[in-house]
Write a protein that binds this ligand. Sequence first.
Ligand SMILES: [Zn+2]
Length: 114
Amino acid sequence: MAIVEARLRWHLRKGDMVEVIGGKFRGKRGKVLRVLTDEGRVIVERVNLVKHHMKPNIAKGQQGGIVEKEAPLPVARLMVVCTRCGEAARTGRRILDDGTKVRYCKRCGEQLEK
Ligand SMILES: [Zn+2]
């Protein structure tokens, strides 16, 4: 139960389109690849890329070199982009008749869960 409640406090989830609202990546948008609940951080596709130097792994047939990988961003710096109005919007929650909790865009009222 505690886990479910913790998850529900999150205003974004995997697969959401989000916009960075602070820090040096402000204004960038990307898809949420992973939500690191314990750390309060989120990995956003193609945002906050860091270069990793890889050693060649001959056993696995991998070449060495530099690979770019997304580093997590603090969740407080991210806002969900509404699928309808296309704006980075604050989200609210509403409870449907069948009891499901859904998020909605506070700007245009669009329901974000399909
Ligand atoms: Zn909207």
